[in-house]
Design a protein around this ligand. Structure first.
Ligand SMILES: [Mg+2]
Length: 333
């Protein structure tokens, strides 16, 4: 299928705005264009503050989803293992929160964000360890918010809580490499997430020996084919890979599940994916949302739900903003 024109895309675009049940990255509403495309539903949901160049990379992924599925290895994901995600909540609220997720065996804990202190972060992670017991797996994600020293102090304080890895503890690749050297005796890995936003970033990160795990997200990396190429480079360098979401609706999550499924083939030890994020949205756009329970995510191909698309439709003003963004970004793809 050839690439669609702006007119083609506009004709099949549903502009949606879905409230979030828990604020993430400071946002309380998730906006997206959902395309009812020939190869299947596709999602375009770059965060609002992203510039056109970055948003265009996300659009490449959406076009792959909706128009170029023939380029992606054929696969039908079944149920996949996902981590539960604990946002920056009070430690006292952790047990009830994890109970609501059905006590997944692997949990990602958000740390270091706005309003977090080392004390509240440690207390939150300790509460997760208490709720999971000794066999649970814990990874933490600082979204690059720590300085080098803050990261080292926090990780050393959490070391007795048995962490698998720390995702993007600091912002810069060079700091991450230094931190990895300082932490090497602890047996806690470092994962690169925000550091890998363009295909070329992987080379910088691997050459710096800055991480043990590479976080792969379909939309930010420009699609499954590009993500697979990055995964191959990462694995060649001895890094593990983990697939995560970009806080998408179940349409975007489906393609994350597909990437995870392709990468897990012949890799029975693959890391639990970070795709159990649909519950952070107060609604969805498909008939069967991809909701995880107890760390298991049953994946069904997305079928758009007309009532939901209507219920979450953006205002005309917001829709116009998105269509203007689409026009600019399509020119850059
Ligand atoms: Mg992350």
């Amino acid at each position: 299928m050839s690439s669609p024109s702006l007119r083609d895309l506009t004709a099949i675009a549903h502009a949606v705005s879905i409230p979030m049940t828990t604020p993430f990255r400071g946002i309380t509403t998730r906006e997206a264009l959902i395309f009812d495309a020939p190869d299947g539903p596709a999602e375009w949901s770059p965060f609002l503050e992203y510039d056109d160049a970055e948003a265009a990379t996300w659009l490449s992924a959406s076009l792959e989803q909706g128009f170029h599925q023939d380029r992606v290895p054929a696969t039908t994901p079944g149920t996949i293992a996902v981590n539960g995600t604990v946002p920056a909540i009070e430690a006292a609220d952790v047990p009830a929160f994890l109970a609501g997720l059905g006590f997944p065996t692997c949990v990602k804990v958000k740390v270091g964000g706005p309003g977090s202190t080392r004390a509240t972060d440690v207390a939150r992670v300790r509460a997760v360890r208490g709720a999971l017991g000794a066999t649970g797996r814990i990874r933490i994600d600082a979204n690059g918010s720590w300085t080098l020293d803050e990261a080292e102090h926090a990780i050393r304080e959490m070391e007795p809580l048995d962490l698998d890895y720390v995702e993007q503890p600091v912002e810069s690749v060079s700091d991450m490499a230094v931190l990895r050297g300082r932490m090497s005796e602890l047996g806690i890995g470092i994962a690169a997430d925000e550091s890998i936003r363009r295909s070329s970033d992987i080379t910088t990160v691997l050459e710096a020996k800055a991480c043990d795990v590479v976080v792969l997200k379909v939309q930010p990396l420009g699609g499954i084919v590009k993500a697979l190429a990055i995964a191959a480079k990462a694995r060649e360098a001895g890094c593990d890979v983990v697939v995560s979401s970009a806080l998408e609706t179940s349409v975007g999550l489906h393609y994350g599940a597909k990437l995870h499924h392709i990468l897990s083939t012949n890799q029975p030890q693959s890391l639990d994916a970070g795709l159990g994020t649909a519950s952070f949205l107060a609604g969805d756009v498909v008939t069967t949302p991809l909701l995880a329970h107890a760390g298991q995510l049953p994946v069904t191909p997305p079928v758009l739900d007309a009532d939901s698309l209507a219920r979450f439709a953006m205002t005309n003003q917001r829709r116009e903003w998105w269509l203007g963004r689409l026009e600019r970004c399509l020119a850059l793809v």
